[in-house]
Design a protein. Structure first.
Length: 133
């Protein structure tokens, strides 16, 4: 059987590029962060969580052909910064281009039929990434 998995942008300790790593590195250095691209809303996931969900899907009685993977929360730069401020205990100046577009949220109803994923997992995974890297 063939199943199409739609996977969001992944972040991990080994990935040295990407918005999540930029935020972390600038917080560690206590340096202002300037993002010269639209970074307000996108969909992300911690690679470890994504792998866990794929493993659960493989071991399930999945009968669907297309499954979106992700957190049941809109990912946005404001939430990422909020988690970083909580973990590091301070804030830094951050500027980014705002596009004022609608939020992107994939349909996760199929994923939820076979696995458990919560909005809180988004925040826990970001905290873990910022602390452990």
């Amino acid at each position: 059987k063939i199943v199409l998995l739609r996977i969001p942008g992944l972040f991990s300790e080994k990935r040295k590029k990407g918005v999540i790593n930029l935020v972390r590195e600038h917080f560690l250095k206590k340096q202002p962060l300037e993002l010269n691209f639209v970074a307000e809303r996108w969909h992300i996931m911690y690679v470890v969580r994504c792998a866990e969900l794929i493993g659960k899907l493989i071991n399930s009685e999945c009968t669907d052909y297309i499954i979106n993977i992700g957190y049941p929360v809109v990912s946005d730069i404001h939430k990422v910064i909020g988690v970083a401020e909580k973990v590091f205990g301070y804030s830094i100046p951050i500027n980014f281009i705002s596009d004022n577009s609608d939020s992107y949220m994939p349909d996760l109803s199929t994923l939820k039929k076979y696995t458990k994923i919560s909005e809180n997992d988004f925040y826990l995974d970001l905290e873990k990434y910022f602390i452990e890297k």
